[in-house]
Design a protein around this ligand. Structure first.
Ligand code: FMN
Length: 258
C-alpha cells in the first residue's frame, strides 16, 4: 500500500517538474525571441510601405531604402504635424485606440470603418524628391467580413492621385475577400483620384467600375462573391479620407499649412 502511494507521489512530482521545466523553456524562448519578432515586424512594415508606395527595390538594404521615407506624427483633429508624441509612440494604433486619453469613441454613423474608437494621432510617411514632397503614405484599417483589414494607401504629391493601396494583414477568405491581395485587383488603384472637389469620390463598387465618364477616375471593381469585403474596403476609404480621417491633414498639406 505504502509502495503504491510513493509511486503516485513520484509520478505527480515528475509531472510537476516536467511542467515547470517546459513552461520555463517556453517562457524563456518567448522572451528571448521578442526582439527578433519586433525586428521582423518592422522589416515587414517597411517592405509594405515601400511596395505600396512603388519604391521597393529588392536586393537593396531596407534601411537604405527607408532613409527616403520620413515618419511624421499628425494630430488628426487639427490635421497638423505634432511633436507631442514620437513616431514610436503612435506606431501601434491598436494600443492608442484602447487608451481613452489618446482616442475618441465613434458614434455608429461616424464609424464607417467599424473600428469602434479612433486614435487622436496618426503616423504618416512622407517621401521627398529634390527637396519637394513626392509621396504620402497613410495607414488605413477597417472591418471586412471576418476581420479588420490593415493596410496603407499611397498618394502622389497632389494628395489626391493614388499610387497604390495594399493590405498587410487581414483574415478574409482566400479566393473571396482575400482577393484584395490579388495583383490584378490592386493594379486598378494607381492613377485613381480620391477627391472630386472636396468630396470623397473614390468608390469600390459592386461589379464593374465605370470605364468612361466622370466616375471612371474614382471607381474600382468590387470583388466578385465578396460583396461584404468590397463594402468594407469602400467604407474604410470613406472614413479615412473623410473628416474623421486624413481630409484635414491632406488639405493643410496642399495649402502648406500642415
Ligand atoms: C465559407 C465562406 C466564406 C466567405 N468569405 C467571404 C469573404 O471573405 N468576403 C466576403 O465579402 N464574402 C464572403 N463570403 C460570402 C458572403 O457570405 C456573402 O454571400 C457575399 O459577400 C455576397 O457577395 P455577392 O453578392 O458578390 O455574392 C463567404 C461565404 C462563405 C460560405
Amino acid at each position: 500500500m505504502s509502495e503504491k502511494k510513493e509511486t503516485v507521489g513520484k509520478t505527480l512530482l515528475a509531472a510537476l517538474i516536467l511542467c515547470v521545466v517546459c513552461s520555463t523553456v517556453v517562457a524563456t524562448a518567448a522572451v528571448m525571441l521578442k526582439p527578433k519578432q519586433i525586428a521582423a515586424q518592422e522589416r515587414d512594415r517597411a517592405i509594405n510601405i515601400l511596395q505600396i508606395a512603388g519604391l521597393y527595390q529588392p536586393g537593396v538594404p531596407l534601411e537604405q531604402q527607408m532613409e527616403a521615407v520620413t515618419p511624421r506624427v499628425i494630430d488628426l483633429a487639427t490635421g497638423k504635424f505634432t511633436d507631442e508624441l514620437t513616431p514610436a509612440q503612435v506606431q501601434e494604433p491598436r494600443k492608442l485606440a484602447k487608451n481613452p486619453e489618446l482616442s475618441i469613441n465613434l458614434s455608429e454613423s461616424e464609424d464607417l470603418a467599424k473600428i469602434g474608437r479612433r486614435e487622436n494621432y496618426g503616423l504618416v510617411y512622407l517621401v521627398e524628391k529634390d527637396g519637394q514632397l513626392d509621396r504620402i503614405i497613410l495607414p488605413i484599417r477597417g472591418y471586412g467580413l471576418w476581420s479588420t483589414l490593415w493596410g496603407y494607401l499611397a498618394l502622389e504629391q497632389d494628395a489626391n492621385t493614388v499610387i497604390g493601396l495594399g493590405f498587410y494583414q487581414h483574415a478574409e477568405t482566400p479566393g473571396l475577400g482575400g482577393e484584395v491581395d490579388n495583383p490584378r485587383w490592386r493594379d486598378q488603384w494607381p492613377g485613381k483620384k480620391i477627391y472630386a472637389d472636396d468630396r470623397v469620390a473614390i468608390e469600390v463598387v459592386k461589379g464593374q467600375a465605370a470605364t468612361s465618364g466622370p466616375q471612371a477616375a474614382h471607381q474600382i471593381d468590387g470583388l466578385s462573391g465578396a460583396t461584404l469585403t468590397t463594402k468594407g474596403v469602400d467604407n474604410m476609404l470613406q472614413f479615412w479620407m473623410g473628416e474623421m480621417g486624413y481630409a484635414r491633414f491632406l488639405k493643410n498639406l496642399k495649402e502648406g499649412e500642415a
